[in-house]
Ligand binder design. Structure first.
Ligand code: ADP
Ligand code: NA
Length: 350
């Protein structure tokens, strides 16, 4: 069987927000207790949004500082940025030749980001999931904590792993590189594991505070739509006060949240921050107006986020330390990656 290993990443594209924290980073922190973990700042991915940005290095340091401030231990686990390890790009190229165009063009994220003028979208935007598969499989990672929006990309990662394992099964077996794994009912042999997404809890998809039908996102032009990890207490309170809601009181049971996306979102955020369930939040606040619930949510958000923001600032003041973490993490990741690439080059005869 494959050794359990966690891999995940965040793009250095600014405005790290509550959705990134609750949907991803907080889970990264928790998994350290039970797994070996590799946490990456995926700078190559960010090129799909904008090829040249002058502050890319600073954005990379920001995400790194957020990882460390949230409680990731870079001595016990690996923290690094993607472009330091050339295997990501090399394996992504091989996966581009394994995956099919149809698989990529069906991805909802591609369709959303490419918009109407698909012919003019970059090839990188189309191939994004291939690079993501390479990120994960370069370490033969088995578990990937992500938000709900990445579920489809994880399925594609499994499709790529499965096609590689099938297409090259004889060559994998001839080199004794196969590992037996259980896939559903079947036992199969393969070089790459079927990586499983870890998506769970009350906060897998945090929505915009201004529009309950859009996910909270770094790229939303409205700053009021998201709580940034670096917002101060006043800003957090203001954004929650201004969050869109309906005029009803909170229901006493979760079924009452159906058809009320804004209420559902705020209750989910509370549950995520308090590390509890929507049920438990409604047991406390059911029947209350938003005029009562919003200030309580603001207090909780400030209590949980302010220490992280303060720690991020402290860490960012020591740029040499952040850079040393990335350098050291990159060296350790690079050794693991090179072992996989040696196998992969052998399997495909490069
Ligand atoms: P963004 O989507 O904000 O640009 P990334 O693509 O870098 O951020 O995603 C980093 C991680 O944060 C991913 O695991 C993603 O699934 C998660 N994530 C992003 N937005 C949300 C959200 N609104 N709710 C929950 N998780 C999210
Ligand atoms: Na995303």
């Amino acid at each position: 069987a494959f050794k359990p290993l966690v891999f995940s990443g965040v793009q250095p594209t600014g405005n790290l927000h509550l959705g990134n924290y609750l949907g991803a980073i907080r889970k990264f922190v928790a998994l350290q207790e039970t797994h070996d973990c590799i946490y990456c700042v995926v700078d190559l991915h960010s090129l799909t949004a904008q090829l040249v940005h002058d502050d890319l290095e600073d954005q990379t340091r920001q995400i790194t500082a957020a990882y460390l401030a949230a409680g990731i231990d870079p001595a016990k686990h690996i923290v690094f940025n993607q472009s330091r390890v050339p295997g990501h790009a090399e394996l992504a190229w091989i996966f581009n030749c394994v995956a099919r165009i149809g698989w990529m063009s069906r991805m909802t994220q591609f369709k959303d980001k490419a918009g109407k003028d698909r012919e003019n979208a970059s090839l990188g935007l189309l191939a994004y999931p291939s690079l993501m598969a390479a990120d994960i499989l370069l370490y033969r990672a088995t578990h990937v904590p992500v938000g709900d929006d990445q579920k489809q990309h994880l399925e594609l990662t499994r499709d790529i792993a499965q096609k590689f394992n099938n297409d090259f099964s004889d060559r994998i077996a001839a080199r004794n590189l196969g590992v037996t794994m259980q896939v559903g009912e079947e036992k199969v042999q393969g070089y790459f594991p079927m990586a499983e997404p870890l998506i769970g809890g009350p906060a897998t998809r945090i929505m915009s505070l201004r529009d309950g039908s859009k996910k909270m996102s770094k790229s939303d032009p409205s700053d009021l739509s998201r709580i940034n990890l670096t917002d101060d207490a006043d800003t957090i309170s203001k954004k929650i006060r201004k969050a869109k809601t309906d005029p009803e009181a909170l229901p006493s049971a979760v079924e009452g949240l159906e058809g009320r996306p804004e209420a559902d979102n705020l209750v989910g955020i509370y549950a995520g921050l308090a590390d509890t369930t929507r049920e438990a939040v409604l047991a406390e606040y059911g029947g209350q107006q938003f005029s009562v619930f919003k200030p309580a949510l603001a207090d909780l958000a400030v209590e949980k986020l302010a220490p992280i923001a303060a720690e991020m600032r402290r860490i960012l003041d020591d740029r040499a330390y952040v850079d040393a973490v990335l350098r050291d993490g990159g060296e350790r990741a690079g050794k693991l990656a090179e072992a996989t690439m040696k196998d992969v080059r052998g399997i495909i005869g490069l």
